[in-house]
Design a protein around this ligand. Sequence first.
Ligand code: NAD
Length: 326
Amino acid sequence: MRLLVTGGAGFIGSHFVRRVLSTTSDRVTVLDALTYAGSRENLGPALASDRLTFVEGDILDAALVDELVREHDAVVHLAAESHVDRSLLDGGHFLTVNVMGTQILLDAARRHRTGKFVHVSTDEVYGPLLKGAATEDVPLRPTVPYAASKAASDLVALSAYATHRVPVCVTRSSNNYGPHQHPEKVIPRFVTRLLKGERIGLHGRGEHVRNWVHVEDNAAGIDLVLRHGTPGEVYNLGGGTDLTGRQLAEHVLKACGAGRDRVDYIPDRPSNDLRYAMTWDKAARLGYHPRRAFEEGLAQTVAWYRANPGRWEPASHEAGSPVLHT
Ligand code: NAD
């Protein structure tokens, strides 16, 4: 199969591309604008593969997208602005990239009768749930601009199936963690600050609950949906580990060998949803099963940040911006 992967130089996209190249004979083209969040280095040894083509370009460039989609059998769409805190400052840019970018790709997929279009999304579209867990068909109630832009793009993608039968599947995963995630995101932010001897800040009283999935489990789930998902369907991809912010901090402190005295409680950010939770029975029926135990995955993640300071130190200055992380 000839696969076009947008955002393949980002955190999840690069793990997905590495997986496809090492487990299949597919040819992969990465389309990535290399924003602050993307890096060729994330692809590691996959960059040397003669089955990988790297195109530096923007999903908003309709002519480029048309040409690339025409040459491929399937699209896995991960390119997006992905950081909630940044969306609080610049919601318009999130809408442009996440919604218009998706529409441009879908238009090309319709014209060229693409075999499968996997749109990669997030559990944040469901909004906060005080109890229970979201199935794929509950109403979307996003509360922050990032999640609203993803919810809009999910609906745009599903409407392309309903209207034009573009064979769209949507995946919604919970919070990913693992090696080479940008240090603006919470686990790498905590880890890199502790490794630098700095303190970490917990929002509010540290009671917000998130579900954590290792990035390789999410990549495996996206791969399953690509090959076996039913067009028009949404698949939740969760992990096995629900943690409050305080519990997460405890795990990271332990994994980094740091004490509780390194934690500060800082003012909460606006619309910080108290709890996300979802079921993933549908994906389980395709064979999805999150395998990586959280403590083991976290240890692997900390080991990577310890061993690769050159990969995160420059970006961690920006990630520590008081504007973004008060
Ligand atoms: P990321 O920010 O690490 O990577 C995004 C990639 O997209 C980067 O390589 C960036 O250069 C590229 N990109 C951004 N704008 C682009 C544009 N206009 N044209 C082409 N490329 C562009 O994000 P991630 O964490 O890897 O997330 C990937 C996808 O998964 C996103 O759609 C995100 O919404 C979704 N998601 C992420 C998580 C998570 O926990 N990280 C959870 C659920 C869903």
